[in-house]
Design a protein around this ligand. Structure first.
Ligand SMILES: [Zn+2]
Length: 408
């Protein structure tokens, strides 16, 4: 069956009768699962997913349609409330979503046809994503020049405003006649009945069940993005945007550029140069900071060593320091009787700790502190090091050290 949406893809409202309305059995036992009904109508303007194109959303009277799927030659609408069999219902469509799908899908046919025609590259599959779509190509790589040229050719065809038309072939059409169309890959495996062929004037003929524009000018523009390796061997994915998505992406980029211009206080043509400079500065500053912190570690250690009355333990935290800071401190302390609990990193997040001192105390407190700070570490002899996730519990860890030395 050819659905109304396939016959006229620009219909936004339609009236039809309910043929089937059946309650869907819930697959889980949760009583709060909302009711769901499967509805079949005499005909529909809501496209059931297929051929790489996602389903339409819309309304049956005032009831939102959650999903539409195709089962053999029937379109099944999923809704939350029942409808009377035989009742007349008004169908309305979420047109923005549908027109976006039409732009991406017809754009994909155009792109695949140009790749095939000009570069002999075959499209083996495609994906209509929520933000970006891609064609999977039977090739290992595609040069920047080929991408640019393909994009130019696609946009030239769009400017020419070539017609896009649908021809219907009956299921009895001889194989040799059908072999003239490019491929049958867009047809679902359980397809029954008439075969639709989408023709782009002078460029392409392709079997497909999707909804399409009637003229390439309705695509506005095609923008090819990057390529990446496919999960399948010797194939790549070429990402693309068509029509409104190109404008939306441009808007996002312009908005981001405006914010960056305000932040960097300079013209956008200098953004990259400025950020590179900033990154370099941050690196140098951090290097200098670590040197100063190491000096500070040595100073703190010598202060501790020179105390007249030596404490049994000593705890210290430096949020901005790297683990090197703790090693410098320990090195400076040399052979010491003082038990050391040192830590660095985000006071409320992740960080590093080092315990240093008597082997028994190090091993016992290592376990306790790792438990408290959600850490994972390893110790050898009089030193224990760990990465921790809950530095926020550091005060409790310090208390466990002081308790330990009261008892031992
Ligand atoms: Zn298609």
């Amino acid at each position: 069956m050819v659905f109304k949406c396939q016959e006229d893809s620009f219909l936004k409202e339609f009236t039809s009768k309910v043929v089937v309305c059946a309650k869907v059995k819930s697959t889980d036992n949760k009583s709060e699962t909302p009711d769901c009904y499967e509805v079949i109508l005499e005909d529909t303007i809501l496209f059931p997913e297929g051929g790489g194109q996602p389903c339409d959303y819309g309304f049956l009277n005032n009831i939102p349609v959650r999903q539409v799927i195709r089962r053999e030659d029937k379109a099944i609408h999923f809704i939350d409330k029942p409808l009377d069999i035989g009742a007349t219902v008004k169908q309305t469509i979420n047109w923005d979503r549908r027109f976006d799908h039409m732009q991406q899908h017809s754009g994909q046919h155009l792109l695949s046809a140009v790749l095939e025609k000009d570069l002999k590259i075959t499209t083996v599959s495609w994906w209509l994503g929520e933000e970006v779509s891609y064609v999977e190509l039977d090739i290992q790589q595609l040069s920047g020049n080929d991408i640019k040229r393909t994009e130019d050719v696609c946009n030239e065809y769009i400017r020419e405003g070539r017609n896009v038309a649908v021809s219907i072939y009956s299921k009895d059409t001889p194989e040799e006649e059908l072999a003239k169309v490019r491929s049958a890959r867009d047809l679902p495996a359980d397809h029954k009945g008439d075969i639709r062929v989408i023709n782009i004037d002078g460029i392409d003929s392709n079997m497909c069940c999707g909804t399409h524009v009637t003229n390439l000018s309705q695509l506005q523009v095609v923008k090819l993005l990057h390529t990446e390796k496919s999960k399948r061997k010797d194939k790549i994915l070429l990402h693309f945007l068509v029509g409104k998505r190109v404008i939306n992406r441009l808007e996002t980029c312009i908005d981001r550029e405006r914010k960056l211009t305000a932040l960097l206080n300079n013209h956008s043509s200098q953004h990259v140069e400025l950020v590179e400079k900033l990154q370099k500065n941050v690196k140098t500053l951090n290097k200098n900071l670590q040197t100063v912190l190491k000096d500070l570690a040595a100073l703190e250690a010598s202060k501790l060593k020179s105390l007249q009355e030596q404490p049994r333990y000593f705890c210290m935290h430096r949020k901005e320091a790297e683990p090197d800071f703790m090693n410098s401190f320990i090195k400076e302390m040399g052979n010491t009787e003082i038990f050391l609990f040192l830590s660095t990193g985000d006071e409320k997040g992740v960080g590093n700790i080092v315990l240093y001192g008597n082997e028994k105390a190090v091993s016992e407190l290592g376990k306790i502190i790792c438990n408290l700070l959600d850490g994972k570490g390893a110790g050898k002899g009089n030193k224990f090091q760990a990465k921790v996730n809950k530095m926020v519990n550091r005060k409790e860890a310090e208390k466990s050290v002081s308790d330990y030395f009261k008892e031992n």
